[in-house]
Design a protein around this ligand. Structure first.
Ligand code: EPZ
Length: 421
């Protein structure tokens, strides 16, 4: 079994390059299933979820070729609809983008019900609503999701009951080749929604409004190949920003889009650190003390739910009582029990966690309960007295490219250690 071992006490200094965004790369990889041509995707992060998704497409008949560092050529000309392997599909949530791509290209789809992190119920009712508005008959059971239609997707106006990244993406994928125009209202506005729209438009789609809550998609007859670079990962960037603030260090993050980080930067500055913004980089300078703050996670441009465990860890160091409220998922505080093993004083009540800062953290053996919680354990270990051992690190590797190497280059005392099972 592999573990990450962190010795606390070092403050981080230096420069780190941010990788391509996992949650932008995944929909774009599955969007290639719509294209009967070669697509070259650049700035692809080297993370488990990407490798798994490329394998799923390969097993379905796609040709996937590495064409350089962090670049891959995907040709889905020979893709066979409905042939994804359930055991692979169930490992992650993003595999459910196959539903939109298969329905969009073939007029039907059969995919195992998706997996993904355990944040409570993660229903797909809005995905189903979108597909049905586009003319599909959708059958969902605990094992499989099946989509049928008489003659493929037909454009429609869809108003989501609430903001959902996944359903916005899936309807975009289903609608690009539809007959007629689709309008999505109450759409998610995340940067990776814009990135997907830009990729699809580069392939010949006609999408406008991505990044706002109204997205219009004019169906086209087919898409052609292209070369496209993924945007930088704002969540990876936010994670290193918080690590710099928590350790009282000074770190430059390169290959970022500061605009995407505005909410995170503002909240980090509220805790006392300084964030200097440049064209494609930010510099975070931590202070000796961390100020308390309250945060509620919201869809973009609000504070990202995927930054919640990292921010809560920073607030464990604060000079007072802070409150973290999870506004997106039913439950996303499983990591609190792990922080409590390290001495954190946190009380969870429903969707809120009250954090009594200033209790010194000490090293412990803890578990990564999901990828963002896992990286929060690393941040806690960097700030703790003594040594912290983190298990289940394959979850961290789902979404962080070389996290040990990057932190080591910033001065962290951190190693990946293999233990006999
Ligand atoms: C994506 O998940 C991300 N995953 C998540 O990142 C991220 O936390 C989330 O968006 C919010 O930003 C990927 O991109 C692979 P949603 P997704 O559809 O698509 C409920 C990470 O750490 N909902 O916006 O599942 C749902 O249960 C991961 O990288 C319905 O009820 O997000 C959840 O509570 C974790 N019905 C909330 O909405 C639906 O039909 C957000 O879902 C759809 C969603």
């Amino acid at each position: 079994m592999d573990k990450i071992v962190v010795k606390g006490g070092a403050s981080l200094h230096g420069s780190v390059e941010i990788s391509g965004m996992k949650n932008a790369a995944l929909p774009i990889i599955y969007a290639c299933a719509l294209v009967e041509d070669k697509c070259i995707i650049e700035n692809v992060p080297d993370v488990r979820d990407v490798a798994l998704s490329l394998n799923i497409l390969k097993e379905m008949g796609a040709t996937v070729t590495s064409v350089g560092k962090n670049a891959v050529e995907i040709d889905c000309t020979e893709l066979r609809c409905g042939t994804s392997r359930p055991e692979l599909v169930r490992k992650i949530r993003a595999s459910y983008y196959l539903l939109g791509s298969e329905f969009g290209r073939f007029g039907r789809s059969t995919v195992a019900y998706p997996g993904g992190c355990d944040f409570g119920g993660r229903p797909i009712d809005q995905h189903v609503k979108g597909f049905e508005y586009l003319g599909a008959k959708v059958n969902v059971d605990c094992d499989m999701v099946e989509i049928e239609s008489e003659h493929g997707p037909v454009g429609a106006n869809i108003f989501f009951d609430f903001v959902t990244v996944g359903a916005t993406i899936n309807v975009m994928l289903a609608a690009v080749l539809a007959e007629g125009t689709t309008v999505i209202e109450n759409a998610a506005r995340e940067p990776h929604i814009v990135d997907l729209a830009n990729f699809l438009n580069t392939c010949g789609a006609r999408i406008s409004g991505a990044g706002t809550d109204v997205i219009k998609i004019k169906g086209v007859n087919n898409l052609h190949g292209c070369t496209y670079a993924i945007i930088p990962d704002m969540i990876e960037a936010g994670t290193y920003m918080i690590a710099a603030a928590a350790t009282g260090g000074c770190v430059r993050l390169t290959n970022v889009i500061p605009k995407h980080l505005e909410c995170v930067s503002s909240k980090i500055e509220e805790t006392g650190a300084i964030v200097d913004e440049y064209d494609d980089s930010v510099v975070v300078t931590g202070k000796d003390t961390v100020r308390k703050a309250n945060v509620k996670t919201r869809p973009y441009p609000g504070f990202p739910t995927d930054m919640q465990p990292q921010m809560a860890t920073l607030l464990c160091l604060a000079d007072g009582v802070s409150c973290v409220t999870e506004g997106v998922y039913e439950k996303r505080f499983r990591y609190v029990a792990e922080l409590q093993k390290m001495g954190a004083a946190i009380n969870v009540d429903g969707r809120s966690a009250v954090i009594e800062g200033g209790k010194p953290l000490h090293g412990a053996s803890v578990e990564a309960v999901d990828l963002r919680a896992g990286v929060a354990m690393i941040i806690a270990g960097l700030c703790a007295e003594g040594t912290t051992e983190i298990s289940q690190i394959h979850l961290i590797e789902r979404g962080y490219d070389d996290v040990v190497g990057k932190l080591k280059s910033l001065g962290a005392d951190i190693e990946k250690v293999s233990y006999p099972d």
